[in-house]
Every structure is written in C-alpha cells, then in structure tokens.
Design a protein around this ligand. Structure first.
Ligand SMILES: O=P(O)(O)OC[C@H]1O[C@H](O)[C@H](O)[C@@H](O)[C@@H]1O
Length: 566
C-alpha cells in the first residue's frame, strides 16, 4: 500500500507547526532582518522575496523535510530522465526537452529526443523565414502578413500569453513589422467573426494547432476557416493558406493539409506544457521571427537548469512550490492571486489557470487512492494596478489570498512626462512596492484612533494584515525573461503535484463534459433534421433543450454555408 504524503511525519509535523505560526504576525516577522534576508534569493538578475509569507525559517526547514518525504529530488530527476511519470497515460513528461540546447541528451524510451526537437525547430525557422520574407506567398501571389492560430486550451493559452507579452517588447514589435497574429479558440461563431473581421483570406495564413487533431472546437473552427479560404480563393488555395501543428500527422493529412506543412510534436509534451513546442514556436516565429522565439526558449532553459540542479534552498521553482503547498494544505488558503505589475502580462493568469488547475485539480493520489486533503489551488489574477480597483478589497479585508506580485525593473515602453513627480513606470511600481506591505502590516484600530478616525468607522477602516504574498522582480520583460517566468510557474506547479503525490500531467476531469456534449449534439441534429423530440435527458435538460429548439426553429435545417458578416 503506497503511503500518502499526509501520513508522513513531516506532514504531521507541519500540521502541528501551524499553531506556532498562528501565534505570529507578519508585522513582527518582518522586523527580523535576518529572517527576511534568508527569505530572499537572486538568480540571473531575478530577485525573489518571500519574506512576506506566513512562515519562519523553522517552517522552511520543515518544508524541506516534507520535500524529502515526498521524494521530490528523485521525482524531478525522473522527469528529466524521461521516465513515464504520467503513469495513467504511460508517458514521459519532457517539455524541458523542447528548450534544451542542441548538444543535450534527453531520452524518452531509450531515444534521445533532442535531435527531433531541433529538426522541427529548424523547419519552423525555415518556414517562418519564407513567409516573413515573402518567398512563401498565398494562392494569388500576395505575401501572407496575417496569421490566425486556431487552437484551444494548451494549444492556445500559452501562445496567447507569450504573444501578448511580446507585443510591446521593442525588439519583438520591431520584428513583427506590422504583421498580425490572432487566436481563434472558442467554438462560438462570434470568435470566428472577431478573428476574420478586417482580414482578407488572400493575405492570411491559418495555423491549426491541436495535439490530438480531434478536439471538437478546433476542428470545427478549422473547417470553418477552410471554408472561408476556399469559398473566396478556391479549394486549391488551402495548401498555401493552411498549415498545422500536431502530434497526429495522419489526421492532419486527412484534413487536407499538406504533410510537408505540418509541424510535429510528441505525446511526451502535455498540452498545457506545449507553448515551447511548435504549438507556440510556429505562430510566434511567424509573427516575431525565430531569433526572438529562440530567446524565449533560452530563458525557459535557464530555469529548467536551475530546477534540475540547484539545491532546494536556492531553487526558485522548488521554493515557490513548497510555499504554495504550505499555504494551501496547512494554512488552508485555497486560492492564489497572480498580480503582474505590467499590462504586458495580462494573459499570464489565464495561462497559469490552465497549467495549475488542470495539472493539480485532482482528487486521488497517483496510485488512485482518494486524497484525505484537498490538492490544487484556485488561480486568478489581473495586472496591477487594474486589480487594485477591482478585487483587492477582498484580499485586504475579506478572505486571505496569498498573492504573487510580479514587478519589472525596466518598462518595455517607458513614458517620462515633464512636470510629473515620477515617470509613469515609477508610478506603477509605487503600487507594486506598497501593496505587499499593506497586506502584511495592515492597519490597527490604535493607529486609526491616533489619526482621529471617528470611532464608528474604526472597524471598517481596520486592516488585520498578516496576509501573505511574495514578490518577484525581473530586470526587464523581453523574450528571455518571459521564458523564465513561464518555466518558473510550470515547475512550481509540478513541485506542488510531486509533494501532494498526484499525477499533475493527466486531465481525465475534462472528459465527462465532452461526452455529454456529444449526446446533446446528436439530439440537436436529430431534432433539427428529423423533427425528433428531445429524449433521454433528465427533466431539467429536456425542458431547456426543448425551449432552445423551439425558440430557434428558424435555423435552416439544410444550411447553405454561412460565414459571419461583420
Ligand atoms: O491540443 P488539443 O489536442 O486540441 O487539445 C486542447 C485541449 O483539450 C483538452 O480540453 C485538454 O484538457 C487540454 O489539456 C488541451 O490542451
């Protein structure tokens, strides 16, 4: 019988330790400079300060013991060695191989996968160069200056995050040179309309991104844009205007995409860990050129190496992961707010939501035993300062939500106005520095009374403080740093899963909804085409479906092709 981590002595010791921590307040913990100094870390110009965690040095050493009990070091090594740690799918987990340098050896099933990775990267470089320099043109001879990447989940969120972050980076935006990259994810036809608005099929390249090439949303969107292209330029135009990224090259060919224009990846890349594969590298290279994307891969690689080899006390992903476990499983704070103080990272939280919640939202251990504790965490976030004017109220005076504050030393787009007290980036960063202290220290009734606050308002204006956060300061936000940030979160989430003893690399929880949707799809087809009444559903769903069908009875039962017109 496998041991659950919650049965080990270090887990129980940490449970007991909560009482010690509950007697402390961050206000006091922060006055111990030696403690604070020990809770700061520098790596490759990245500065991590976790002194505002509700934790002492004793907590940290207990967490390292927990890591030992969970065999964290061995699990990290197994991952890098290509062992089948995704046991329910019998697969290696090797997204680190996607950004390894050419001379590295990383084996999966006895085969070094790095040469295959670089073969695809070289192919992407060649293809994206051709599209960008106009030697690959569309069916009517025009250069393809716009790209629509179709994909959902892991085949969408990571590339969108990186694209959004690069958009305002001076080097990247210069190499984009007026090109456009859009993402079509939702099966909602409104998303089709948004994507094709203002674009001409003649100058548009569509990249269909799907690991499986069976995802319902992506395949319908791919057929929709195939129709958009062929109804305007003729069916023979498809080979010039559509390319694909997938692990399933047979289905790519069946769809009608030239296999020469398919970019492979492998089943040892999980969807939500695939932004460093052709999933992200192809659309991003088309937009920004391969050299920019290569910097992103190098950034991720630098953290991969740190994760693999740094001692735990200096290992950023390990520290972040252990602290998250502390907050979730011991202090009982189930959520985490991701608060980047840069608009360029507005899509970081949505991406991390998938990486984290799909990875660690599990109810059983890797051996299939029901967990007697809750794994996973609820991730959300918004760039500062926007979030401050939205949900921070709850974080300051309502629930305790551990926060990740992410700040950038040098803005991608600085603004200096004469006559202003500080430049615009300093104004933003004033908030980045202030918020963690506001959360940690709070404001006491005594302080308020000394400020002559009316007594009936004192309870309302009191801030209890003692609310944990950590601060990450990056020197800049270029492609390299974006890669580092991504890898830090990816590995932190893996660390949490390794400690909880779950499989962070499968996602069976998304299947049930998909199969029920296909039952509904069959019903809608039968009702619209043959007038069949709704059957086989519970009372509530029958009622809703019947109402929906009745109210949309004017939908053509034998539709001619209709594309959005806005
Ligand atoms: O890339 P695809 O095979 O189209 O999969 C897209 C997405 O589908 C599923 O919903 C999975 O839960 C995601 O992890 C995956 O990223």
């Amino acid at each position: 019988m496998a041991t659950l981590i919650s049965d080990t002595a270090p887990w129980k010791d940490l449970k007991a330790h909560v009482a010690d921590i509950n007697k402390t307040h961050l206000r006091d913990l922060m006055s111990d400079n030696d403690r604070c100094k020990s809770m700061m870390l520098e790596f490759d110009d990245i500065f991590l300060d976790y002194s505002r965690q509700c934790a002492t040095l004793d907590t940290m050493s207990k967490l390292f013991k927990l890591a030992e009990a969970a065999h964290l070091k061995e699990k990290i090594t197994s991952m890098f060695n290509g062992e089948h740690i995704n046991s329910t799918e019998n697969r290696s987990v090797l997204h680190v191989a996607l950004r390894a340098s050419k001379d590295t050896t990383i084996n999966s099933d006895g085969k070094n996968v790095v040469p295959d990775v670089w073969q695809v990267l070289d192919k992407i470089k060649e293809f994206s160069d051709k599209v960008r320099n106009g030697s690959w043109v569309g069916a009517t001879g025009k250069p393809l200056t716009n790209v629509i990447a179709i994909g959902i989940g892991g085949s969408f969120l990571g590339p969108l995050f990186v694209h959004t972050a690069l958009q305002t980076d001076p080097e990247a935006s210069k190499s984009a040179g007026g090109r456009q990259l859009r993402f079509l994810a939702n099966v909602d036809p409104v998303d089709v309309a948004r994507n094709i608005t203002g674009l001409d099929p003649e100058t548009t390249l569509v990249v269909v991104v799907s690991k499986t090439f069976t995802t319902a949303e992506t395949m319908l969107n791919a057929r929709t844009l195939r129709e958009w292209i062929s109804s305007s330029l003729g069916p023979q135009a498809v080979s010039k205007h559509m390319v694909a990224v997938s692990t399933n090259l047979k289905l790519v060919e069946k769809f009608g995409i030239d296999p020469n224009n398919a970019f492979a990846f492998w089943d040892w890349v999980g969807g939500r860990y695939s932004v460093s594969s052709a999933v992200g590298v192809l659309p991003l290279s088309l937009q920004y050129g391969f050299p920019v994307v290569e910097k992103f891969l190098k950034g991720a690689r630098s953290i991969d190496q740190q994760f693999q080899s740094a001692p735990f006390e200096k290992n950023i992903p390990v520290l972040l992961g252990l602290l998250s476990v502390w907050n979730v499983s011991f202090l009982g704070y189930p959520a985490r707010a991701i608060l980047p103080y840069t608009q360029a990272l507005e899509k970081l939280a949505p991406h991390i939501q998938q990486v984290s919640m799909e990875s660690n939202g599990k109810g059983v251990s890797i051996d299939g035993v029901s967990l007697p504790f809750e794994a996973g965490e609820i991730d959300f976030g918004e760039p500062g300062t926007n979030g401050q004017h939205s949900f921070y109220q709850l974080i300051h005076q309502g629930r305790v939500i551990p926060c990740d504050f992410i700040g950038i030393v040098k803005s991608q787009q600085p603004v200096y106005l004469r006559d202003e007290v500080v430049n615009n980036h300093d104004e933003l960063m004033s908030n980045f520095f202030a918020q963690p202290d506001a959360l940690a220290y709070g404001k006491t009734p005594e302080q308020l009374r000394s400020e002559n606050v009316a007594s009936h308002l004192v309870p309302h204006k009191t801030f209890t403080g003692n609310r944990p956060s950590l601060s990450l300061l990056l020197p800049s936000l270029d492609a390299y740093r974006i890669g580092q940030l991504l890898a830090m979160y990816e590995h932190r989430i893996a660390v949490e899963g390794f400690i909880w003893g779950i499989n962070s690399f499968d996602q069976w929880g998304v299947e049930l909804g998909k199969s029920l949707a296909s039952q509904v799809r069959k019903q809608l087809h039968a009702s619209r085409k043959k007038g069949e009444s709704v059957e086989g559903f519970n009372f509530s769903t029958t009622k809703m479906l019947t109402r929906y069908l009745k109210a949309s009875a004017d939908v053509p039962s034998e539709p001619t092709t209709l594309l959005p017109k806005i």
